[in-house]
Ligand binder design. Structure first.
Ligand code: ZN
Length: 95
């Protein structure tokens, strides 16, 4: 049986390639998603390679939403209702 520190904190799988969350740059996103506070003295949070990829896609989605919101707020602040199509990136769904 795996020790707690050897299972993915997100999907609870084990026996796959793991990442230490703190070293991935995805710590803040994880905190936001789980609405959790992480104690520095706590065991390092481990995530599997699949959840690592899922978090990266999630971060991309988050960044796109933030950028689109900023564009729309700028347009609304300027009183314009016409969107400049080239300024909006098209989301590429994974196929
Ligand atoms: Zn996982």
């Amino acid at each position: 049986m795996a020790y707690f520190s050897e299972i993915c904190r997100i999907c609870l799988c084990d026996n796959v390639r793991m990442y230490v969350l703190k070293k991935t740059g995805l710590e803040n996103l994880y905190k936001t998603l789980t609405n959790s506070f992480m104690d520095e003295d706590e065991e390092p949070i481990i995530i599997c390679f699949t959840c690592h990829a899922r978090l990266i896609r999630c971060r991309t989605l988050q960044q796109q939403a933030i950028e689109s919101n900023a564009i729309l707020e700028q347009l609304l602040a300027g009183g314009s209702m016409v969107l400049s199509v080239p300024s909006i990136k098209t989301y590429k769904s994974p196929s």
